[in-house]
Design a protein around this ligand. Structure first.
Ligand code: RIB
Ligand code: CA
Length: 307
């Protein structure tokens, strides 16, 4: 049976890749999207989520989430990475479809209760909505099957600062809170996603197989790869969010280690994820190894089918 899934997202170019992957993979039954700030503002994230669903011809609810971090003031969006509207140079039209009249956090709590023990939450933005859902219902995580999070780094350093990965950096207090709450978490961080790098030619080929949706990703990826080239370490772009989706449906492509995690919440190292075996917290399954070629192949094979 397909995995019942909600994706919490800040679309974002690699979020668009992840969403199209989720739609294409028959092992995933996408129930809804919830939105959060990060790559863009929350209002832009919601508009972008509605745009992606409409473009893909998929009708699932979208619930809008928090517009600023748990304790910190709002950050400017990552326009140099994802473009001023989130999708490179694409101008995203205003959407006529509406969000549901329930906040992301209320919706997540309700859906976790309704699908108790069956729902997988894949969080590919800052963890603000997840922390807020735990504020409403301390049993929230226990009602989920598991949470798969794109975020953090154990040994790979950061991507927004030298120490921090972007999703954790944008709301370190939320991430620290969620990591200590005894949730069944798999963390798909930079230790693995920095290894899954796809060049321009990969997206060009995808566009020939799937001209509409693969073609859209090809256009977006061009902007994203331009940014990666400025970093100088990569020939292509990191498949961060799609890797998290693939870890939901095909966990055997990843090697995990158990770590109790905390997050540094201030100073130069704010947003750094730290393994600390002395913590009174449940261990997180941190991905430390990945079958790079099979992850790339799986993404390609599934998204190439999309019309
Ligand atoms: O560090 C990568 C993560 O930050 C991805 O989720 C990307 O979309 C950005 O939000
Ligand atoms: Ca994201």
């Amino acid at each position: 049976m397909a995995i019942k899934m909600i994706i919490d997202t800040d679309p974002g170019i690699d979020d668009a890749m992840a969403l199209f992957y989720a739609i294409a993979d028959p092992a995933i039954d996408l129930l809804a999207l919830t939105t959060v700030f990060g790559n863009v503002t929350t209002a832009q994230a919601t508009r972008n989520a509605l745009f992606l669903l409409k473009t893909a011809g998929v009708d699932v609810p979208v619930a809008q989430g928090s517009s600023q971090p748990r304790k910190l003031p709002a950050f400017p969006p990552s326009a140099h990475v994802h473009g001023s509207e989130g999708f490179g140079t694409l101008q995203v039209p205003k959407q006529t479809a509406q969000v549901i009249p329930e906040s992301a956090q209320e919706f997540l709590v309700r859906m976790a209760r309704k699908h108790k023990g069956e729902l997988v939450l894949c969080a590919i933005g800052p963890l603000t909505n997840i922390a807020a859902a735990l504020d409403i219902d301390p049993e929230f995580c226990r009602n989920l099957k598991r949470i798969v999070i794109m975020g953090g780094s154990l040994g790979a350093g950061g991507n927004i600062t030298t120490a921090a990965e972007a999703n954790i950096y944008h709301d370190p207090h939320a991430a620290d809170f969620v990591f200590r709450k005894g949730c069944n978490i798999t963390l798909v961080g930079l230790d693995v996603t920095n290894q899954v790098i796809c060049p321009r030619s990969y997206f060009a080929q995808l566009a020939t197989q799937s001209p509409k949706l693969g073609g859209l990703l090809h256009k977006m990826a061009d902007f994203y790869i331009d940014f990666y080239e400025t970093v100088g370490k990569f020939e292509g772009c990191g498949m961060h969010d799609p890797s998290a989706l693939i870890a939901c449906s095909t966990p055997e492509l990843f090697v995990t280690e158990d770590h109790k995690l905390r997050v540094i919440c201030s100073g130069d190292r704010s947003g750094e994820t730290v393994s600390d075996q002395n913590l009174a917290a449940e261990a997180v399954k941190v991905c430390v190894g990945v079958n790079i070629s099979l992850v790339k192949q799986k993404f390609f094979e599934n998204v190439a089918k999309l019309k």
